[in-house]
Design a binder for this molecule. Structure first.
Ligand SMILES: Cc1cc2nc3c(=O)[nH]c(=O)nc-3n(C[C@H](O)[C@H](O)[C@H](O)COP(=O)(O)O)c2cc1C
Length: 381
């Protein structure tokens, strides 16, 4: 490949560059990956209706979210361990997002801490929160996000337990391996020297930056992963949302909603936005795809809150499909991680330019020059 043309090209470059254990961690999903696949398949089944002879000489892809103008209806989704895919990947992605005029969301379990991303950028990025058993830690991290002027708090609620991902088990990610298994893993890693130079040599420190001093014995990736499974609080309920709401003054977005009643509860609890998300098919395998549940949720709360959607968004056509069914904007997870793994900041920029080009072309060919004009009538039923 002389030049990547699409997100799937960036995926292929990422596959070549990353040790298998990391590529599969990003690319894979829970159990049989039925929901992971449904996210893509259900999007691709939606046909767009071509319309001709409309004036599409001036295309406007911008959208206003929570009072902030975005150049594209896209937000980079929070991705834990992203800094294992490229050197200080969260900083590289945040810079690319800023240049593209859209927000980057930093995960609680990112490699780079809030303060490092804040230093590298000049516009507000978003911060994603997981609820930990130690509420003192949660309170402190929310205060750090506020001090860094984060533009929104994305509270992820679909991870009371960590989904089981067969690829991770097979590859020994967070799993105790036999001596032979360790040798094979090591051999695969050393056969990816560009990654070895970029990440373990130049990308240090490789710890959860937001939790340094909090995660005990974080000497290996396995230790970090093990900590995640014990520190996250599975007893969280809607009552805890009121507590988070009282601590965070800016826009609060609940991520991981798949049900209309849950969406109503989120609105009642004072959230300004929701993300219709199944964690990219990484949690409840056999859950419906996000595009399948989006219309009902939009019908229930679309006029009361800002709806974002993620899961399987890989192109401008996919963004058009999600907007048609009620999303105001989309989050993208794997798409940006493939970009950063393939080519660092330039790779994320490449992915965003690709998706922008596709979105603009789709808008022109469906005869809708403004993002706000995209509604269900653009779909061919
Ligand atoms: C490797 C990986 C790590 C993730 N880590 C987090 C995380 O730390 N916090 C979170 O809220 N969501 C996390 N997600 C879910 C994403 O935010 C997003 O919901 C999902 O990737 C969307 O699907 P897509 O990858 O098909 O775009 C992760 C997803 C992936 C692929």
């Amino acid at each position: 490949m002389l030049a990547p043309a699409s997100v799937s090209d960036y995926r292929e470059l990422a596959r070549r560059r990353l040790p298998r254990v990391f590529f599969d961690y990003v690319d894979g999903g829970a159990f049989d990956e039925a929901t992971l696949n449904a996210n893509r398949n259900d999007l691709q089944r939606l046909a767009l209706k071509q319309k001709v002879l409309r004036d599409v000489s001036a295309l406007d892809t911008s959208v206003t979210l929570f009072g902030q103008k975005l150049e594209l209806p896209l937000v980079l989704a929070p991705v834990g361990f992203a800094g294992m895919m490229a050197r200080r990947a969260e900083v590289q992605a945040a810079r690319a997002a800023e240049k593209a005029g859209i927000p980057f969301t930093l995960s609680t379990v990112g490699i780079c801490p809030i303060e490092e991303v804040a230093q590298a950028t000049s516009k507000p990025f978003w911060f994603q929160l997981y609820m930990m058993r130690d509420r003192g830690v949660v309170k402190e991290i929310i205060a750090r996000a506020a001090a860094a002027n984060c533009g929104a708090l994305v509270f992820t609620v679909d991870l009371p337990v960590l989904g089981t991902r067969y690829r991770d088990i097979r590859n020994g990610f967070g799993v105790k391996l036999s001596a032979l298994g360790r040798m094979r893993l090591g051999w695969n890693v050393v056969n990816h020297p560009a990654w070895v130079y970029d990440v373990p040599i130049k990308g240090r420190p490789l710890t959860f930056g937001n939790l340094s001093g909090i995660v005990p014995n974080a000497t290996s990736l396995g230790a970090l992963l093990a900590w995640t499974t014990t520190a996250l609080d599975p007893s969280v309920t809607w009552k805890d949302l009121a507590w988070v709401r009282s601590l965070w003054k800016g826009p609060l977005i609940i991520k991981g909603v798949l049900d209309e009643d849950d969406a109503r509860e989120a609105v009642a609890a004072g959230a300004e936005g929701i993300v219709v998300s199944n964690h990219g098919g990484r949690q409840l395998d056999a859950a419906l795809s996000t595009i399948a549940v989006l219309p009902k949720i939009a019908e229930a709360v679309g006029d009361k809150t800002t709806i974002l959607m993620d899961g399987g968004i890989r192109s401008g056509q996919d963004v058009t499909r999600a907007l048609a069914l009620g999303a105001k904007a989309c989050m993208i997870g794997r798409a940006w991680v493939y970009g950063v793994a393939a080519k660092g900041e330039a790779g994320v920029t490449g992915v965003l330019e690709t998706m922008k080009r596709e979105l603009r072309t789709s808008m022109a060919l469906i005869g809708r020059p403004r993002v706000g004009d995209i509604d269900a009538s653009v779909l061919q039923r």
